[in-house]
Design a protein around this ligand. Structure first.
Ligand code: SAM
Length: 420
């Protein structure tokens, strides 16, 4: 939980029940006088959320029972991370945010302007009902001067209508994307994190809230593609991910577009994990990703080979990866001149092989002590023909092996290509 999140200390149920009779109706008091709330009851959680918004943010929000119920600590973590980024970049004035897919409660916008008196927000929403609920929630709290809803109906683009209405530069985007790509995925598939089977709860999420053609990764890729055209018309683009795999693939995508100015974070609340990434094209923010709290940037290692046959080099690298027991998944291939892979290893075979060779040279027996089964290393890898040169790129994605392992793998590949 972010250190400035007010819910680092859980809400005081005793206070809430005294202030709000509707909350008092939803709690149980056990024999020891301890107040309990049934978190499995969506209606009880909806009332708790409403009461917390009223008490802690002076927000009167209508949360329709058939719409997505926003969990507050997670959303506050995201807003606080944006605050951190803006502080880090020295952006203090004229802050204009965009919430992409604001939902019925317009939650990010309402919280954002209550937590930051100098912020204004644009709330983008495509669903007709959500647009009217969002507008009603804004006017109920007299925030029309601070939050403007953009009805996206009829627009295939994310930012087209917004910039047609107001062409000025905006400061940041925030986005909790629609997560499922198909109704089948929604009703039968895995849960948001991609791990367990999920059960659709109509009380918590309406179809249009969570459904988007292309799913989470399709939606955020659309934001990324539009950002490549708009560039510094928005200082900082950011989005959240519910699925770690999508988050990881998105980082590879950013790197493949040579967007090095990005930073990431993870929001953790109990068992719920979410990931977020922010990227920028603004020249004066080119180091915005440096030293940001929760930063996680990885160096891209490069190697260039001149005057060699691309296919032979590519085949040789694949053979080396095989020998090293590094599994690969192809992410992109173009005209036999560019390949991108996700590499995964569960064993440090490269330094073990070096030790093994040294031991063999000294006629000593090799003891395979270094192998521990719980190791993991995930890397991004690209081989690309540029003019007459072959460029190799490799970088750390995640894992518990030291980041220098990536350097060692590259060194191993280089040695193999040099016939050592
Ligand atoms: C997962 S919900 C997030 C709602 C809210 N921001 C929250 O965090 O509680 C995604 C929202 O995106 C909206 N949406 C889907 N496609 C959109 C588009 N092209 N433009 C704007 N909103 C869109 C959906 O209707 C839905 O309200």
């Amino acid at each position: 939980m972010h250190p400035r999140n007010i819910y680092k200390t859980p809400p005081n149920f005793d206070n809430l029940r005294k202030l709000y009779p509707e909350f008092a109706e939803k709690i149980q008091v056990d024999v020891n006088g301890k107040i309990k709330l049934d978190f499995k009851d969506p209606e009880a959680v909806r009332i708790l959320t409403k009461c917390c918004l009223k008490k802690d943010f002076n927000l009167d929000v209508d949360i329709p029972s058939d719409k997505l119920l926003p969990t507050l600590p997670l959303r506050i973590n995201y807003i606080l991370w944006i605050e951190d980024l803006l502080i880090h970049c020295g952006i203090k004035e004229e802050i204009i945010g965009i919430d992409i897919g604001t939902g019925a409660c317009c939650i990010y916008c309402l919280l954002s302007v209550r937590m930051n008196h100098n912020w204004k927000m644009f709330a983008l929403e495509i669903d007709k009902d959500n647009v009217s609920y969002a507008k009603a929630n804004i006017s109920r709290n007299h925030l029309e001067e601070k939050v403007v809803v953009i009805d996206q109906e009829g627009s295939d683009d994310i930012f087209e209508k917004l910039f047609a209405l107001d062409c000025h530069q905006k400061t940041f985007t925030i986005c909790n994307p629609p997560f499922f790509g198909s109704v089948k995925e929604l009703t039968q598939g895995e849960n948001r994190s991609g791990k367990r089977k999920r059960h659709f709860s109509p009380m918590k999420e309406s179809l249009e809230t969570v459904f988007n053609e292309g799913g989470e990764i399709g939606f955020v890729t659309k934001i990324l593609n539009e950002s490549l055209v708009l560039r510094s018309k928005i200082c900082i683009y950011s989005t959240m991910f519910g699925c770690k795999k999508n988050f990881e693939n998105f980082l590879i995508l950013l790197k493949s577009y040579k967007i090095d100015s990005f930073t990431t974070t993870e929001f953790v609340q109990g068992k719920v994990h979410r990931w977020a990434v922010a990227w920028s094209f603004s020249q004066n923010l080119s180091d915005f990703a440096k030293d940001v709290p929760h930063k996680s940037r990885n160096v891209i290692l490069k190697h260039v080979i001149d005057n060699e046959n691309f296919k032979e080099v590519h085949d040789q690298i694949l053979k080396v990866l095989n020998e090293l027991k590094i599994s690969k998944k192809i992410l992109k291939s173009e005209n036999g001149k560019l390949y991108q892979y996700e590499l995964e290893s569960t064993e440090n075979t490269w330094s073990n092989q070096r030790r093994k060779r040294r031991a063999e040279n000294r006629n000593e027996s090799y003891d395979n002590i270094g192998n521990t089964s719980a190791q993991k290393l995930k890397m991004g890898f690209e081989i690309n023909m540029i003019d007459k040169s072959i460029q190799i790129k490799i970088f750390f994605v995640e894992g518990n092996m030291p980041k220098d392992s990536v350097n060692q793998v590259l060194q191993f590949i280089k040695n193999a290509l040099n016939g050592k």
